[in-house]
Design a protein around this ligand. Sequence first.
Ligand code: PHE
Ligand code: ZN
Length: 854
Amino acid sequence: MSVEKPQPVQHLADYRPWPFTLSQTRLDVTLAPRDTVVLTELDLEPSDLPVDLVLDGGAGLRLQSLRIDGLTVDPAHVLRDDETLTIRAAALPRVPFTLATDVRIDPQDNTAFEGLYLSGGIFCTQCEAEGFRHITFYPDRPDVMTTFRVTLRSDLPVLLSNGNPVRAQDGVAEWNDPWPKPAYLFALVAGNLVAVSDSFTTRSGRAVDLNVWVRPGDQDRAGFAMESLIKSMRWDEDVYGREYDLDVFNIVAVDDFNMGAMENKGLNIFNSKLVLASPDTATDGDYERIEAVIAHEYFHNWTGNRITCRDWFQLCLKEGLTVFRDQQFTSDLRSAAVKRIEDVQTLRARQFREDQGPLAHPPRPDRYEEINNFYTATVYEKGAEVIGMLKRLVGDDGYARALDLYFDRHDGDAATIEDWLKVFEDATGRDLAQFKRWYTDAGTPVLTLQETWQDGTLTLDFTQQTPPTPGQPDKLARVIPIAVGLIGPNGDEVAPTRVLEMTEDRQSFSFEGLGARPVASVLRGFSAPVMLQRQMDDATRAFLLAHDTDPFARWEAGRELALSALTQLARGADAGDDYITAIGALAGDAEADPAFRALCLNLPGEEEIATRLAATGTTPDPDAIHQARAGLARRIAMAHQDLLAELYDTMTVPGAYSPDADAAARRSLRIAALGLLGRIDGGDRAEVLFGIAGNMTERMAALAVLLRLGRGDSALRMLHDEFADNRLVMDKWFGIQVMAAPPSDAVAFAERLAARPDFDWKNPNRFRALLGGLAANHAGFHAADGSGYAFTADWLMRMDAVNPQIAARMSTAFETWPRYDAARRDHARNALERIASLAGLSRNTREMVSRMIA
Ligand code: PHE
Ligand code: ZN
């Protein structure tokens, strides 16, 4: 064991190309749990000037031999530290040479799930961002791209790697990947697996074998993933003109995985929760996510793999674009309006939250200590929003031309955000110098609107201001596309959507020649990721909720009504009548999409209410927020009980379960009604539904109602008896008990669950279910006595020694701590300082905690 030495901060400005050329990588891997042999051959060419060859490779690599063109390198010329292996220039030929290493590693001991590890008897790898250096010595950086030829040796029946299969017999499999790639896209899998198989013929006629590999017994839950893959392949051809480029595409599901899934070339590896689904085990939300993530990873084949990132500062180049593409895919397959609202909800819940606190950073950061800490909502979701704005500014045609140029110009490259913006400039003639600030500046701009009406002219006067973020006290004006339409007093649209381009700190736009004063519908479709501040009375909001033609803006009007009521209630004032009336009308509107009605009926969560309070200068009181929300839900239920009961009774879906958008929409409205009715019927409907529902969507919704009421015990027992050996269902079982618990019970429940023998905490999904469940119980996590913080800190410290990535990621539960009252802040700071002072704390968690208490 060696102690990790603090790594200096990495800076974007320090980028230098690698001084060697690597033309091929050959790996020969003999798999064994405790002693895997990795033989590596690198075909290298030195640059003109003599320089040392520095390879990445951690202390876990046991180096057996090091040869250049067959001859052992003189140890006097070799240097090793905890993170690198250096061969002195003096020992290197001045002509092309082959470097061969023999390295031994211990996959069984790998609890961090980075590099080569074992998950339930399956050997698998995770190499993004810097995992390959735990497999062998290598220039582990994304701008070093080369072809890979891989030989795998094992008695296990299925042996997979990237590219095309060359041969497989007698425990030896050979794979050849003809597409140059960086090491982070390398993968291998070996295990006792079975496949659900299909095939796809690309539009130029290439026949592709498709396999979704799962453990024996799981095949009947892998069909939806396969359908989703085929839809993704077709969509990328139809919409982006992008074809697949190998003879096989493999997906493998594993139970231990730090993230959602990984786009390794031709061999995507997935967290099993994003592959396996059946009506009795997965919710509609799970199905939608599986479809989206399968698409996301598949789309990376072009946006990420064929064109990759020059360095990790450019991460949003691949992630923002690929999220944007998977969002488009889901909009096309399902309801675009509903998808947009869901995406904005996620953005606000995760990214706005991040932007408001000590972890705020730009979509393209320019410094980091540990890159794994930057797989964030800002890089992913805000990265996608920035592309949505770009598309709005240059138009659909401009976007299509820019993307064609991007694929044309940069295929095979490791590219940058500058390259990306340049294709838009070249394809459309637009100057994007100011627009680039969206990539380099952190923080959510606050857009303030003042309106004046005079002589038939409506003037919208906007100011923009972005609050300071760590390291960026002052911000310059950004380009903000503001989509606006006008609604006349009779509810008709008098001006269709127009995109106003704001480029100054303060700017006015006028609409002339209007007969009567219209109501402006502003930021339609959420045309920019900003916070809009606008004085508007509840009657006008209710008017927009009734009449706006833009579905997002219509939903937003209802959301603002709800938030205005809830923030007043949380401050002890009386409010909510306008919202209750307006929401009743919408819920009863049989013309509207049931999913849309459900979205309008769901009250903002406690976290969102807290964020709104904090943004408007009030210290959020978690208990008051909980009470306010519960009270308003109860009043809605009382006011509309007949309508809600009717929706509950009629929004059933006849026939066999289907996860399609229409069926899921009806279920979502039904369970929204159930949730509200549960506030007044004592949970009787939920009790019945839990017992008879044939699908997990309704059962989980019913269970949440019962748990909130403290009467979930028998349902929990039933679920446990039925699914004790289904990990994914048991994850839900762990999570929901804490998430839906009355806040005063949440920590005690979490403690009790954590003591169970089946709390397999080293499994990332199980750990996230419990700790994430507590973090999602706003008033429970922020318990006034600090017990939620203390419990979380204890477990983060325990996890850090085993799996630093998971500990660091879960530490974001604390990222909002500065906004609470002094007593809570003291408790939170103590918890964070306790973590910070832990001996041997990982770089991952150390960076997170020190940014949070800076
Ligand atoms: N690149 C993966 C994705 O977004 C995410 C990931 C990052 C997975 C790091 C594992 C490790 O598709
Ligand atoms: Zn991705």
